[in-house]
Design a protein around this ligand. Structure first.
Ligand SMILES: NC(=O)c1ccc[n+]([C@@H]2O[C@H](COP(=O)([O-])OP(=O)(O)OC[C@H]3O[C@@H](n4cnc5c(N)ncnc54)[C@H](O)[C@@H]3O)[C@@H](O)[C@H]2O)c1
Length: 319
């Protein structure tokens, strides 16, 4: 069996390709990574477990020839490649469209042709401004180009799946947090952990303190990805994968639990991306999957990595 992970060198992908080797369904099988190294996470390819056989193709999902090469003998595709970072997508809309929409379609067509199962990494950013608790039936109105093109592709993929042209499903992830070797630091929890660890103050907007957002621990995201293969009943469906809906205040409290001296500045300037999301994860729970990891363990894992700096901070020696 060959499993293809597009974007396998990224934040989530770097953990997925490792965890797969520990799953007996994949042990000894080939895990093929397709990534154009846009994010330059070369470290993600270091020290991979010996239990699985890895192949790496440096290639672009927008190029049919790269995807065709990567799809050879593949039975399962995790499609994680993409231009991430929603706020930045306003500045790079065309690139975001090309990769997150056109490129994803290239992957879908190749997966359909190969008869491979396709698991798509979608996002809570497809929803846009919401009221109350929303589930997957909510009428999405994404604000950022990132959310817009993720949704446009997701809708096409799910349509193809419902028509039986591809065996696919989408998981709509909350903002991911937690340590991986290829992690990002442009998302709120991870960035706050970094800043707090190196002794920088955390600046939060007063309006955001209690405004809820959906989060998912990266270990739960990987567990979710490993849960869904073979679930024919889930084909054509989209599923929220959310561990907790939390306000920034709760995130800061979790960090303070490990770094009590962290400085917090509250400002009344409104955030540019002031959107409230509270997502319901009942559909995925009904399908049999539940998140297990919480903010505390995610925050601790990251802060622990910066131990060289937090050691001195614990002695109140911030510069
Ligand atoms: N991290 C989150 O908070 C989050 C939340 C919801 C959804 N997602 C989705 O999950 C997926 C993975 O996210 P991540 O956080 O690991 O992001 P990431 O940016 O760390 O990883 C994306 C990977 O895709 C690669 N890539 C970019 N353009 C490519 C191209 N044209 N061809 C091949 N590879 C390309 C990058 O080099 C990178 O390694 C993305 O599709 C993202 O939209 C992430």
């Amino acid at each position: 069996m060959v499993v293809l992970v597009t974007g396998g060198a990224g934040y989530i992908g770097s953990e997925l390709i490792r965890e797969m080797s520990r799953d007996k369904r994949f042990a000894g099988e080939t895990i093929r990574i397709l990534d154009n190294m846009f994010r330059e996470r070369y470290v993600s390819l270091w020290n991979l477990p010996r239990e699985a056989h890895y192949e790496f193709i440096e290639g672009d999902i927008r190029k049919k020839e790269d995807v065709a090469k990567a799809m050879k003998d593949v039975t399962l595709v995790y499609d994680l490649a993409g231009i991430t970072n929603a706020p930045l997508s306003f500045e790079r809309e065309e690139l975001t469209r090309q990769v997150n929409y056109e490129g994803a379609k290239v992957v879908m067509e190749a997966a359909a042709k190969a008869g491979a199962e396709l698991i798509y990494s979608s996002t809570a950013s497809v929803y846009g401004p919401t009221k109350g608790v929303v589930d997957e039936t909510y009428d999405c109105k994404p604000v950022s180009p990132y959310g817009k093109y993720k949704l446009m592709y997701e809708m096409e993929m799910l349509k193809a799946a419902k028509e039986g042209r591809v065996r696919g499903m989408a998981l709509r992830l909350g903002t991911v947090y937690g340590w991986t070797i290829g992690m990002r630091f442009d998302t709120v929890i991870d960035r706050f952990c970094y800043l707090a660890s190196i002794g920088m103050p955390l600046t939060i907007y007063d309006s955001a303190v209690n405004e809820k957002r959906p989060y998912a621990h990266v270990k739960d995201v990987v567990r979710g990805f490993l849960f869904v293969p073979g679930r024919k009943d889930m084909y054509g469906g989209t599923y929220n994968l959310v561990g907790q809906n939390a306000g920034v205040g709760e995130v800061v409290e979790a960090i303070k639990g490990f770094l009590p001296q962290v400085q917090v500045t509250i400002t009344s300037t409104p955030s540019l991306n002031q959107l409230s999301y509270v997502l319901d994860n009942a559909k995925l729970a009904k399908a049999g999957f539940k998140c297990e990891y919480g903010l505390k363990s995610g925050v601790k894992d990251i802060i622990d990595k910066f131990e060289a700096f937090t050691r001195s901070s614990k002695k109140q020696r911030f510069p």
